[in-house]
Design a protein around this ligand. Structure first.
Ligand SMILES: [Zn+2]
Length: 289
């Protein structure tokens, strides 16, 4: 996506992968081809590979630069995590994208994770001499404390696939003393705050960015795909509470529909940044070009 400016804040993205990914019927709960396939086809090839019946899904990190802080929001899948195919895609694109920003790892002040699934906290850590250590040595990592506890509990039960995401991506950050375990009302400052939107995970939070009377929201996995604006009740097989996820999504979409709020969904392909148009009880995702 093109760099955007929100008052005194600039936001750009670092893409790890993009292209055709899952079949919609194997991703959305309650997917009905008779109803939803025409809606997907109407969204066009940026969002849907119609010949292959695959959703177009990007994995990306948002780089947020405020006058005070350099922040990463969601850190993709990372490297050396040992994920099975097709999750073993090359990691150089993300590293190259990071390099192009002109930043070094030690320049990152904060890392936010909308939630602690494997594709949102991967670059939190890297493998050094057989140990997972924080990638960004001077950063504080903002984790919702109950999200962190849920990830730890899932790891203890052995049900946090793929791999032990908590042990690789989360616990080493806490062990290094670099985590801020926060609650719903956490505010970094008057520019960057959490917006709790539970359901996809226990304490999923959007990242709310406001400056100069403008607003942008990193929506994490509240909206995986533009189809979920047309059909807000469509949650996914990866949602821990699909009904709550749908309520959070619908409430958020209502709150931003037909406003100037810019939406930054992690998985929507370039040009990524968009706005929400309301149309009755449904919504439309429109790229903000
Ligand atoms: Zn995700």
């Amino acid at each position: 996506m093109q760099e955007i400016r929100i008052g005194d804040v600039t936001i750009t993205s670092l893409v790890e992968r993009d292209g055709p990914w899952r079949a919609p019927g194997a991703f959305f709960l309650g997917y009905d081809p008779a109803v939803h396939r025409p809606a997907l086809e109407a969204l066009g090839p940026v969002h849907y590979d119609a010949p292959g019946d695959r959703l177009m899904i990007t994995y990306q990190t948002f780089l947020v630069r405020t006058p005070r802080h350099t922040i990463l929001v969601d850190t993709c899948t990372g490297e050396d995590k040992g994920f099975p195919p097709p999750l073993d895609f090359p990691k150089q694109p993300w590293l190259d994208a990071f390099k192009r920003t002109g930043l070094r790892f030690e320049d990152i002040d904060y890392v936010f994770c909308t939630h602690l699934h494997f594709d949102h906290c991967g670059w939190n850590t890297v493998l050094r001499d057989g140990r997972w250590v924080p990638t960004f040595p001077k950063a504080k990592y903002v984790f919702h404390k109950r999200e962190y506890e849920a990830a730890a509990a899932a790891a203890a039960r052995g049900d946090g696939p793929p791999g032990n995401v908590w042990a690789m991506n989360c616990e080493p950050v806490v062990a290094a003393g670099q985590a801020l375990l926060v609650d719903d009302d956490f505010a970094l400052d008057d520019l960057v705050t959490l917006l709790p939107t539970p359901g996809h995970s226990v304490c999923h939070c959007c990242i709310d960015i406001r400056s100069g009377g403008q607003r942008a929201v990193v929506t994490g996995d509240l909206v995986h795909h533009a189809l979920q604006c047309e059909a807000p009740d469509l949650s996914t097989i990866f949602c821990s509470d699909p009904a709550q996820a749908a309520r959070s999504r619908r409430g958020f979409l209502h709150s931003v529909a037909d406003t100037d709020t810019l939406i930054l969904p992690v998985h929507i392909p370039a040009p990524t940044v968009g706005r929400i148009e309301g149309k009755g009880d449904r919504f439309r995702y429109v790229f903000a070009r």
